[in-house]
Design a protein around this ligand. Structure first.
Ligand SMILES: Nc1ncnc2c1ncn2[C@@H]1O[C@H](COP(=O)(O)OP(=O)(O)O)[C@@H](O)[C@H]1O
Ligand SMILES: [Mg+2]
Length: 390
């Protein structure tokens, strides 16, 4: 039997980090990359260059493959449906992926499923009507502010804006009128912290979740992840994992699903409330800790799941693992920091993405595991600081 071939759309660090897992399982990866020197193309031998929006490039990519999967969700829905009709296994399927592509579709489905969500509303495409609707939403808001989001195309906080008046999104209203994605508004959740639950599900229905993590965002970008989330009660962890599992099953999601959540604390002694923020149907930044801190990494699990192989053990391998992202750097090349960081932190697991340095760009992450959270966190931060050139 020939080795299974997995096609992946997108050549960033997520596809790159699938490569070691594919190698270990003897799986052939074929990745559609944006450019010949993209993060994934540096590690993957079979990496045709093309845009995710280029229909012919995608059709060429999937010829003869066992399954098509993704590192991002910005792919034409019509094309994916067409591929499925012509017999290409696509995981996650386009019917599921739609909830990660469009935040309005996602909110509607989650509300139907009874998953706890922030209060939300879709805004009309007509600017004058949308302004009135948003003004009404703001008037009813606890502190007079709300979060406006573009339904499609956003990532890393691009497409998310906290507003106190409709005028603050006038440019977005104009964008909608010019044919851009519809907007939605959500209550600004007074969360105590953000949590994430990673779950993997295979086409035959096997489901596994990893421990619930805390994810710390800075300017809408994931900066740090602590696994497991400190101080979570067993009941709350169980509830969060149950919500994520229900979403994976009811939306028929295959592969890895990340469910971003808000933890809202009520009165002293009451159980915190959990609200679902958004879904990502692919390996996710909140799961990078699993490469070094779990028996099975999210990248290997994703490959197993989309091939419908048995899923791996998701148990943590240490009491604590902290992941710190390197967002931008003062160095020309992150490899310049290797002698220092590897010398000072021999147990830090450094993962560079091979990307050119740009301000705020996700360039690398560091995982540190251990038994003392404060120590683990401070060493992970210090190692990441060296990679930032500090
Ligand atoms: N309703 C909300 N209330 C409070 N903060 C929010 C809300 N929605 C999003 N945020 C903040 O903005 C970040 C990015 O929003 P998200 O919808 O996850 O967009 P993205 O697709 O860019 O990840 C969240 O991680 C959270 O910190
Ligand atoms: Mg998000």
């Amino acid at each position: 039997m020939a080795a299974p071939v997995i096609a992946v759309i997108g050549g960033g660090q997520l596809a790159r980090m699938m490569a070691p897992a594919a190698g270990a399982l003897g799986v052939h990866l074929r990745v559609l990359v944006e450019s010949a020197d993209s993060s994934a193309a540096q590690l993957v031998v079979d990496a045709p260059v093309g845009a995710a929006s280029d229909e012919q490039a995608v059709r060429d990519l999937v010829r003869g493959v066992d399954v098509l999967t993704f590192e991002h969700e910005h792919v034409s829905d019509d094309l994916l449906h067409d591929l499925v009709r012509s017999g290409v296994p696509v995981h996650p399927g386009p019917h599921a992926l739609l909830q990660a592509q469009d935040k309005i579709v996602m909110r509607r489905r989650l509300t139907e499923l009874g998953a706890p969500c922030p209060r939300w509303a879709e805004l009309s495409r007509d600017p004058a009507t949308a302004r009135t609707e948003l003004a009404g939403f703001l008037a009813a808001a606890r502190d007079g502010s709300a979060v406006v989001k573009t339904s499609r195309g956003g990532y890393d906080g691009k497409g998310v804006r906290v507003v106190r008046s409709p005028e603050e999104v006038d440019d977005w209203f104009a964008g909608v009128a010019a044919g851009g994605p519809t907007l939605l508004v959500e209550e600004k959740v007074p969360f105590a912290r953000e949590l994430a639950v990673l779950v993997a599900r295979s086409p035959s229905g096997e489901v596994r979740t990893w421990p619930v993590v805390e994810s710390v965002q800075r300017d809408g970008v994931c900066a740090e992840v602590v696994a497991p989330a400190p101080g979570l009660t067993a009941a709350e962890a169980e509830r969060a994992r149950e919500v994520a599992t229900r979403i994976a099953e009811r939306l028929d999601i295959t592969g890895v699903l990340a469910v971003e959540m808000f933890e809202v604390r009520g009165a002293e002694g009451s159980e915190p409330e959990i609200l679902v923020n958004e879904l990502a149907m692919r390996p996710h930044n909140s799961g990078h800790w699993t490469i070094d801190g779990s028996v099975t990494s999210q990248f290997e699990q994703h490959l197993r799941a989309v091939l419908d192989l048995p899923l791996g053990d998701t148990a943590p391998t240490a009491p604590w693992t902290v992941m710190v992202n390197v967002l931008g750097s003062g160095l020309d090349e992150l490899t310049d920091a290797l002698p220092g960081v590897l010398g000072q932190f021999p147990d830090a697991r450094v993962n560079l993405y091979g990307k050119a340095v740009r301000p705020g760009r996700k360039l690398a992450h560091v995982n540190v595991s251990g038994t003392d959270l404060d120590d683990v966190r401070s060493r992970a931060r210090a190692a990441a600081a060296l990679l930032r050139g500090e």
